[in-house]
Structures are given as C-alpha cells and as structure tokens.
Ligand binder design. Structure first.
Ligand SMILES: Cc1cc2nc3c(=O)[nH]c(=O)nc-3n(C[C@H](O)[C@H](O)[C@H](O)COP(=O)(O)OP(=O)(O)OC[C@H]3O[C@@H](n4cnc5c(N)ncnc54)[C@H](O)[C@@H]3O)c2cc1C
Length: 260
C-alpha cells in the first residue's frame, strides 16, 4: 500500500519512495508509526505484546538512504546501508570495521540489518554503536538537525528519524584495534568490547558491552590508556566487569600496536 496517504488516524503499511514522503508520513503518524528498515528486530517484535505499531513506514525503496557519499575529510552513510555493506564499503578508510562488525550476529543478519535500525535501538552493548562512538560519528536527522551518536544513544525510546550518519575520516597513518569478550565462544552475550585508535598525537579507547555504559578515554600514548582505564574503576559494577573491560582493552591495544 502506498498512495494516497490516509488520514493520520488510519492504520497501515506505507512504502514511500523519497525521504520527503517518508518524513511526511512519520510526522503525520507521530507516536503510532514505526520505521521499518531491515526488520531484524522490528518484525519479530510486532508479534509480541508491548509496543504496538499502528503504522509501518517501510524505508527500503528510498534509494538516497542506501548511499555512502565520500567528500573531503568525511563520509556520509545513509541510514539504510546494511551492516555488511558498511563493513565492505568503509574498510579501506576504517580497517578496524572488518573485525568489529564481524562480531554482529551472522551474515544473514548483517546483510539485512541497517546502521539506522541498529542506532535507533540505542543498544550500548552494540558493536555498531561502539564503532560509531569511537569515530565521533554525528547523526543527521530528517529535517536537517545534527546530533552526536552519544546524544542519540542517551535518548532511548521513541527516537527521531535518522537520515544519515557522518564520520570524520581518520588520519591515514592511524592504527586501530578491536577486541570483544563474549560469554561463550560463539553466539554469547557481549561482556565487554574495546576499540583503540592510535595516531601520532594521541591514543583513544572506547569501551562498552554488558559490563558498563559506553565511555571514551584519551591518553598521550597507548599503554597509558590501560592505566587510565584502571583509574576509572568506579564506573564498573564489580571486579569481573572491570576485568572484562580491561581484557578487551589490552587485546584491542595489542592489535593496534601490531606492526603494519
Ligand atoms: C539474531 C540476531 C542477533 C543480533 N546480534 C547482534 C550483535 O551481535 N550486535 C549488534 O550490534 N546487534 C545485533 N543484533 C541487532 C541487529 O543489529 C538489529 O536487529 C538491527 O541492527 C536492527 O536493524 P534493522 O535494520 O533490522 O532495523 P529494524 O528491525 O527494521 O528496526 C529496528 C528499530 O529501529 C527503528 N528504525 C529503523 N530505521 C530507522 C531510522 N532510519 N531512523 C530511526 N529509527 C529507525 C525501527 O522503527 C525499530 O524501532 C542482532 C539481531 C538479531 C535478530
């Protein structure tokens, strides 16, 4: 079902072809409308009691939302770009993305789930959020407002309509590493994950996972990140959670420090 657009009280399924059309539908059905991206989380949710969806706005026909646009010093990624497409399309500029996104579920999920859908879930233990936080991503909303990924994740619940995700490009000589500690070797819940970025001027560590809310630390050089992490122990809720975060950080740092 697409046109004509029904009255705001109507229920239904819409397949808009443009961002403008989708934005208009979203506004008209504010509150009862759910945006449908890859459907990996939303479709199973529709059968469960809880949050109903009076109206579904399916974004899959909107070509603009599936684009990756490179420009000087940055890349803009459409909200409908899948995890798999981002993993391959961004690998040259962000080599760590291969290891980081490989931890997301399985290839079936990665080929359908989108960056916009993942971010909208605001899951602090997500590899997608961790990567985007580590690279200082900004989110452009339908309507043009720009907010940081941190702001988006902090505002859980009914979120805004995400248009694109903007990433500043890292320095060409930057080195990076990612590591994740899982409850079991395969399919386990994430206990902690860490992404380290090292360049000539500074070292940066982003930690998240089941152990704590995501946070970032900066230091002058790699090993100092671990000292800084130990010093922040009050943010963990126990010895084990701190140990998992430290283990993830150590592994990520070791990967980043490997000779090129
Ligand atoms: C079996 C399984 C394993 C998984 N494992 C992992 C994992 O290891 N790590 C991980 O990070 N994730 C994991 N996920 C989560 C997966 O990444 C999410 O299901 C997926 O990212 C949601 O994206 P989607 O495109 O399918 O969104 P949908 O399911 O279509 O939508 C999810 C939510 O986002 C909203 N939404 C969609 N697009 C937008 C938009 N443009 N703007 C605003 N809101 C929007 C929807 O309304 C809905 O509320 C797993 C999922 C499954 C099913």
């Amino acid at each position: 079902m697409n046109d004509p657009v029904p009255a705001p009280s109507a229920t239904g399924y819409f397949l808009p072809a443009t961002i403008a059309e989708a934005g208009d539908l979203f506004l008209r059905h504010k509150g009862g409308a759910r945006l449908l991206a890859g459907g990996q989380t939303l479709i199973p949710e529709l059968d469960r009691p809880g949050r109903p969806a009076d109206t579904l706005i399916d974004l899959r026909r909107i070509a603009e939302l599936g684009r990756i646009d490179w420009s000087s010093g940055r890349v803009d990624i459409g909200a409908m770009v899948t995890i798999a497409a981002a993993q391959s399309g961004l690998a040259e500029a962000f080599p760590v993305i291969a290891a980081c996104f490989a931890h997301v579920a399985n290839s079936a999920v990665r080929n359908r789930a989108t960056l916009g859908g993942s971010l909208a879930l605001a899951d602090p233990a997500s590899e997608i959020s961790t990567f985007l936080l580590a690279y200082d991503a900004e989110v452009t909303l339908i309507g043009g407002e720009r907010i940081s990924v941190e702001q988006l994740i902090a505002g859980r619940g009914d979120g805004p309509f995400i248009n694109t995700i903007r990433l500043p490009l890292p320095a060409a000589r930057e080195r990076s590493g990612f590591a994740e500690i899982l409850r079991r070797r395969s399919g386990g819940r994430s206990l902690a994950m860490a992404l380290v970025r090292l360049d000539a001027e500074r070292a940066r560590l982003t930690v998240s996972g089941g152990a704590c809310q995501p946070f970032r630390i900066e230091a002058a050089e790699g090993p100092a990140l671990l000292d800084a992490l130990v010093a922040r122990s009050s943010i963990f809720d126990g010895h084990s959670t701190r140990a998992w975060a430290l283990a993830a950080a150590r592994r990520a740092l070791a990967t980043a420090e490997l000779p090129c």
